[in-house]
Design a protein around this ligand. Structure first.
Ligand SMILES: Cc1cc2nc3c(=O)[nH]c(=O)nc-3n(C[C@H](O)[C@H](O)[C@H](O)COP(=O)(O)OP(=O)(O)OC[C@H]3O[C@@H](n4cnc5c(N)ncnc54)[C@H](O)[C@@H]3O)c2cc1C
Length: 365
């Protein structure tokens, strides 16, 4: 029996397990599939919200804290697991400046470097292969990215190094409770007991909670995102480029991700050919020379969607010992490191590093 049991082994569950273990708790992760095999594997790994000024402080406070934490976290994970998360600074160029005022206000408030680019020559200097039709943009040179399958692998190695138990291919069917307290979870293979259970089940997080004796309103729904990957020579594109919500992300080995869609189609992950064409078209509108490179992979993931992108980092009212850590929507990587620290502080009763009020069950998410 562990002190804490985490339902779901995506980045949120893995990061939470790590923080709890470092705080001295014994931890078991129960994962229905393979660790990190869902949204956390499928994402782009940009360590910044796409348009951060569109989000509330509740999101930005977590994002800014995570940005500070990732360099050291990735260093530690590499030591523990031997896996390089490929945390690289590629900057992010948004090739429109319609939201310039809001962007500059946000950049001043959070002390983020942001340049309003007004000369096409300057745009070309930032990204030489950019479509010359673009005239203006917003440039954030400090934005970093990491590679999703790598951070998942590194976190898994880190769990092993820290002695965190994990059970893959084990779905939790039901939460076990007695006299208003959580006592464990029910699996196909039997029961697992724990005093504290944390639901970190991504897009599926509301399901188990709705079946408890105390159903509460948890607004997390699946939002499908499709992505394609091209193979170019290394360094072919140097920076993350974005327009109207679509982006390209260059990896250091020359792979280029192009994404993504936002689809409210439930728990399905189909990848139709016409979407691949559409994503290819978006990519070549940004960088015309990408049109000559092959699509080597096309996939979909289910983001844990919340209306405002504000995650739940809270106790579950009415069942003692039960916690919810979910709903990071489009920003699970960028919010994850800071969010996991907060969750662990809540569970262990330590002083939280920021105000928990925006992340409680009844706050707007
Ligand atoms: C196309 C795309 C692009 C993205 N780009 C970015 C980006 O650039 N930057 C960024 O920060 N974020 C990005 N995201 C969002 C980010 O990937 C998610 O917010 C994050 O992965 C959520 O992590 P999670 O652990 O909550 O969910 P998941 O990774 O989905 O993990 C939840 C886990 O719970 C398990 N589970 C569910 N039910 C049960 C059960 N009953 N029993 C046991 N296990 C269960 C699931 O199998 C799953 O593995 C992107 C997402 C997508 C899809």
């Amino acid at each position: 029996m562990s002190d804490c049991l985490i339902v779901g082994g995506g980045v949120i569950g893995l990061l939470t397990a790590r923080e709890l273990r470092l705080a001295g708790a014994s931890v078991t992760i129960v994962e229905r599939g393979a660790l990190g095999g869902e949204s956390s594997w499928a994402g782009g790994g940009i360590v910044s919200p796409l348009y951060p000024w569109r989000y509330s402080d509740a999101v930005n406070v977590l994002a800014e804290k995570s940005k500070q934490l990732y360099p050291e976290l990735c260093r530690q994970l590499q030591q523990e697991s031997g896996v390089d998360c490929e945390l690289i600074r590629s900057g992010m160029l948004i090739v429109h400046d319609d939201e310039q005022d809001q962007a500059q206000h946000w950049a001043g408030r959070y002390r983020v470097e942001l340049e309003h680019v007004q000369q096409p020559g300057r745009l070309a200097a930032i990204e030489p292969r950019l479509n010359p039709a673009f005239q203006r943009g917003l440039w954030m040179p400090q934005v970093v990215q990491l590679r999703n399958p790598k951070i998942v692998q590194a976190l898994k190695g880190g769990c092993d190094a820290l002695g965190i138990e994990h059970m893959e291919h084990s779905a939790v069917n039901r939460l076990l409770t007695e006299n208003g307290r959580v006592t464990g979870v029910q699996l196909d293979s039997g029961q697992l007991r724990a005093d504290k259970v944390i639901i970190a089940s991504g897009a599926w997080s509301a399901r188990l909670l709705q079946e408890t004796d105390v159903p509460q309103k948890v607004e997390v729904q699946p939002v499908k995102g499709q992505m394609i990957m091209l193979k170019t020579p290394p360094g072919f594109v140097g920076t993350i480029v974005m327009s109207q919500g679509h982006y390209i992300i260059p990896r250091q080995d020359g792979h280029v991700l192009c994404g993504s869609t936002l689809e409210f189609t439930g728990f399905e992950k189909s990848t139709p050919g016409e979407t691949r064409e559409q994503l290819m078209q978006y990519a070549s509108e940004l960088i015309p020379a990408l049109a000559q490179y092959p699509v080597v992979r096309h996939w979909a993931g289910l983001r844990p969607g919340t209306r405002q992108g504000i995650p739940y980092i809270c106790e579950y009212d009415g069942i003692e010992g039960l916690y919810l850590h979910a709903g990071h929507y489009r920003n699970g990587i960028v919010l994850g490191a800071a969010s996991a620290k907060l969750m662990a502080q809540l569970v262990t009763g330590e002083q939280p590093w920021c105000d928990l009020a925006p992340y409680t069950l009844n706050a707007p998410h």
